[in-house]
Each structure stands twice: as structure tokens, then as C-alpha cells.
Design a protein around this ligand. Sequence first.
Ligand SMILES: Nc1ncnc2c1ncn2[C@@H]1O[C@H](COP(=O)(O)OP(=O)(O)O)[C@@H](O)[C@H]1O
Ligand SMILES: O=C(O)C1=C[C@@H](OP(=O)(O)O)[C@@H](O)[C@H](O)C1
Ligand SMILES: [Mg+2]
Length: 209
Amino acid sequence: MQLARHQNGKHPRDKGNPDCGDFQTLYTDVMTRTALHDHTIVLIGLMGAGKTTVGRRLAAAMDRPFADADHEIERAAGRSVSEIFEDFGEAAFRDGERRVIARLLDQPPMVLALGGGAFVDPDTRTLIANKAISIWLQADVETLATRVARRDTRPLLRDGNPVEILERLLETRQPAYAEADIHIDASAGTHQATADAIIAALKDRETQK
Ligand SMILES: Nc1ncnc2c1ncn2[C@@H]1O[C@H](COP(=O)(O)OP(=O)(O)O)[C@@H](O)[C@H]1O
Ligand SMILES: O=C(O)C1=C[C@@H](OP(=O)(O)O)[C@@H](O)[C@H](O)C1
Ligand SMILES: [Mg+2]
């Protein structure tokens, strides 16, 4: 940075300074890294939004660890999400989910993908508001239904028409999801395009502070 400041005798922010663009890029990157450094990035949204698969790519791009709350619950319980629902019921799953997320939020900054229902819990929302940056991945219900049809791992979608179930869930969860710090359109584009859009939104947010 010292070099950029003195290279052509002008201050890097002087108008017309050819170094200014590079300096700005460097400045933005440094700001993004320092301001985001302390915060876990939490991905929320309905089933099929891409929390797990986009989250993994985002973590790689940001060079930080990735965790998926569902996978952590499965590991702790020694059972799949479906088996937990079957053996203990949804209420027990939600209890475990809340505890696992609280533990993950105490770990060094990471990218954390939640299960679709986790952000509805008020305690979880408060913890995330205090400790993390939340990102709502939004997509239309038809797109979500097509995506989730690929795997039969989601117990809430087994008894009925997935589009109708997702519409109902969106209606009840939308007020909670809307509290997220950043909203991203995750309907179209590749996983990587969504990860890139998240990074751009994070940078925007930091530079606007
Ligand atoms: N942006 C995207 N483009 C194409 N397919 C996607 C995209 N995001 C997610 N998918 C696909 O949708 C399915 C569900 O994604 P997943 O990450 O498990 O969603 P979530 O964790 O939000 O339920 C997966 O098959 C995944 O590859
Ligand atoms: O929306 C929900 O309530 C759920 C979403 C699932 O995670 P994904 O959103 O990653 O599919 C999983 O936590 C469980 O099946 C319940
Ligand atoms: Mg997931």
C-alpha cells in the first residue's frame, strides 16, 4: 500500500491518478477481508435453494471452512435427518438443530449452511443476528420443487405435493427469512454464479458501511 501511495507522487485517491483503480481494488479486498474476518456467513432459505451446494463453493472461494447444520446433526445423532424425524419426531430434530447451530456459531468464522427450517427458531435468529451475517437464498417454488425431486432425503416433502408444501412453508417462513442481512436471487445461474453474487453482495455491504 505504501508503494501505491508514492509511485507517481500523487495520493492514490487523487483524481486522474492511474494507480487509483488498483488501490481501490486492494482497499476493497482488504476491507472485505478485515470486516468479514470475524463473521460466519450463514445461508438460509427453503429446501432446494442451494444452501448446501452453493455454501460449499462459497467457502472454497472465501478460503474458509464449510459446515452444513444437517450433516452435523446427522453426525451427532448417528442417523440421517429422515431417521431422526421417524425415530424421535420433528420437535426433537429442531432441538438438536438449535443446539448444533449454537455450537457451530461459537467456532471460528466459516460458511454455515442451515436446514430450511432452522432460521424460524427465534433463539437461532437472535444468535445469528449477533454473531454472523445471514444470507437468504431465494428461488421460485417451481424451481425448488424440481431441484428437491432429485433426492428423497427431505421428510417434510414426502406426504403431499412438493409445490404445495413449499408454497405453504414459504408463506409461514417468509417473515423470518426476510430478517436476513442479505437477500440473493438463487433461481437462475449456476452454483458458482450464486456464490459469486454472494461475494459481490458482501463486498458491497462492507464498502457501504
Ligand atoms: N444455482 C443452482 N443451479 C442449479 N442447481 C442447483 C443450484 N442450487 C442448487 N442446485 C441443486 O438443487 C439441489 C438442492 O441443492 P441443495 O444445495 O441441497 O439445497 P438446500 O441445501 O438449500 O436444500 C441439488 O441437486 C443442487 O445441485
Ligand atoms: O425446511 C426444513 O424444515 C428442512 C430442510 C432440510 O434441509 P435443506 O433445506 O438443506 O434441504 C432439513 O433440515 C430437514 O429436512 C427439514
Ligand atoms: Mg441443505
